[in-house]
Design a protein around this ligand. Structure first.
Ligand code: GLN
Length: 547
């Protein structure tokens, strides 16, 4: 039988429950245990697929096509726990299932209620995630304790301790211990209150993880322990990291978290902690030998979480090359207004990420033209590929007014058009071409060189595609399909063989990059950008040896 860890959050949102849960998963895996991670989100959307990145950050896509919360990205970057549609449930998904059952007559005769029907459905969702032979299931509850909408989830996890036996269930509560400058003190009261709220609904947390900007003194920890009814060694500090999220697990280990969990859950199978490779990773991060700058030109530049996995994948590739990337988040509308030269000169690489909607498209097209003409390494992802195709059509092939039909229904040259399978679809939720699809890579392309393999599988999330009618015309002008679906029907990768590194992909490689295993295309792109950077600094040294 699997053991369960439930991670809740108190005081404020955005405390990093996802990162903390992922770190716990990683530490248990590195002690030889098998883990599964899961997130329960209290909002009513069935999944985040229909939400704007401004609302919710990026939508993270799994192999099975589930559109999920971005915290699942942390889970996949930190652990090898397989994720699927059972890894993310929302209130909407839980209610949808209960209402469908009610319509099928599964509760005939009964009044369907939050307790027990909704709570049972939530418990089933947790069980579905467990599966055979899994040692520990870590379930993160979204939102903040005290929110009205998270109550059924908290009630369900309270019941789990009764169902499974308290020795098999662990409650970890993440809170904030703020530092008040005026009093020059850390304040424990908000933590006391949020634990008080949990206890009111019948959950006594076993471990408190305290987010703080200053170290907690022994006195602070003793006070929290006393007021919150936990042993003092179960008050764990998680100090703000100004350096990198990959340091979080190391600091949790320093405060004894893995050992505490193993002891409290009696995880006899746990072996010694194996963290050498992770420590090496953090060492590399802290001691870069090179620096380079990459511009990410998108529509949601000001929102830190909108391109989360892309920023992370760039960092993984940087670590691989012993480099540090200064990521310049550039709004594509600023390129339109301020001019491309002003916004992009001096960068070593340009990446255009995925997206929807017409705003800022011309800025992306301009940025791509700049990359192509100046031989700056370019990486286009999903909408980024589509914009690269539009740019090439207009400026190289000579197809005036070429566009994607997503933005210009009546364009004379629809070089990007709706996928056939999408033509009859009107519903918006979960209806794109989603999830893992095989791609056959063209030998001797940049992609083939990066992957070292011609059969790959990558995750998709789109409705539009390269219009096959233009394939030959494009190839004759120098843009080749460097990867297609196995039947050859869909273009999945485009490249300019004459350019130092110009690759566009219709899929989302950022979702499969891990710090310990950077994605080959990100590694290739960053490698090319670094080569350009080094060549340029050598040149400037020759021209001006005093630099
Ligand atoms: N809007 C484009 C499409 O639907 C690109 C999608 C994306 O970048 N994820 O095809």
């Amino acid at each position: 039988m699997s053991k369960h860890i439930f991670v809740t959050g108190g005081v404020v949102s955005s405390l990093g429950k996802g990162l903390t849960s992922a770190s716990i998963g990683m530490l248990l895996e590195q002690r030889g245990l098998s883990v599964r991670l899961q997130k329960l989100d209290p909002y009513i959307n069935v999944d985040p697929g229909t939400m704007s990145p401004y609302q919710h950050g990026e939508v993270y896509v799994l192999d099975d096509g589930s559109e999920t919360d971005l915290d699942l990205g942390h889970y996949e970057r930190f652990t090898n726990s397989p994720l699927n549609k059972h890894s993310n449930y929302t209130t909407g998904k839980i209610y949808q299932s209960v209402i469908e059952k009610e319509r099928h007559g599964e509760y005939l005769g009964q009044t369907v209620q939050v307790i027990p029907h909704i709570t049972n459905e939530i418990k089933e969702a947790v069980e579905k995630c467990a599966g055979e032979g899994v040692d520990v299931v870590i379930t993160e509850i979204g939102g903040t304790v005290g929110d009205i909408e998270s109550q059924p989830f908290l009630e369900a996890i309270r019941q789990m301790a009764l169902d499974k036996g308290k020795e098999n269930v662990l409650y970890i509560h993440l809170t904030l211990v703020p530092f008040l400058k005026a009093a020059a003190e850390l304040k424990t009261k908000p933590t006391q209150h949020s634990v008080g709220q949990l206890r009111q609904i019948g959950i006594q947390p076993d471990i408190l993880i305290c987010r703080t900007e200053r170290s907690l003194s022994r006195d602070d920890r003793t006070k929290i322990a006393l007021f919150c009814n936990v042993p003092v060694e179960a008050v764990i500090e998680e100090k703000d990291k100004d350096f990198s999220v990959y340091e979080v697990p190391l600091s949790l280990v320093d405060h004894g978290l893995d050992e505490l969990i193993v002891r409290k859950l009696n995880l006899d199978r746990a072996g010694p902690l194996e963290l050498d490779h992770w420590r090496e990773l953090v060492r590399r991060l802290r001691n870069p030998q090179y620096e380079l700058s990459i511009a990410v030109v998108g529509k949601y530049a000001e929102h830190r979480d909108a391109y989360k996995s892309i920023y992370e994948a760039l960092d993984h590739a940087a670590m691989h090359h012993h480099a540090q990337i200064r990521i310049q988040r550039i709004h594509s509308e600023a390129v339109e207004q301020e001019g491309v030269e002003r916004m992009l000169s001096g960068v070593d690489g340009i990446l255009v990420p995925g997206g929807f909607g017409e705003r800022g498209i011309e800025g992306k097209v301009e940025a791509i033209r700049f990359a192509r003409e100046r031989n700056i390494p370019f990486f286009g992802i999903c909408l980024g590929l589509q914009c690269a195709v539009v740019e090439f059509a207009r400026n190289v092939v000579g197809l005036q007014g070429a566009h994607s039909t997503e933005f210009e229904k009546n364009t004379p040259h629809p070089v990007i058009c709706l996928l056939n399978e999408q033509k009859t679809i009107t519903d918006k939720g979960g209806t794109m071409r989603l999830g893992a699809q095989p791609t056959v890579v063209t030998p001797e392309s940049r992609a083939a060189e990066a992957y070292g393999n011609l059969d790959i599988s990558e995750r998709h999330r789109h409705r539009y595609e390269f219009n096959n009618q233009y394939r030959q015309q494009f190839a004759a002008n120098g843009m080749i399909p460097a990867g297609t679906s196995p039947d050859g029907g869909l273009v999945e990768i485009v490249e300019l063989p004459e350019h130092p590194w110009f690759v566009g992909v219709q899929y989302h490689p950022e979702f499969k990059s891990q710090p310990t295993r950077p994605h080959p295309l990100f590694a290739g792109f960053v490698g090319a950008a670094l080569a350009r950077r080094l060549a340029r600094s050598e040149r400037s040294l020759e021209e001006n040896p005093l630099i």
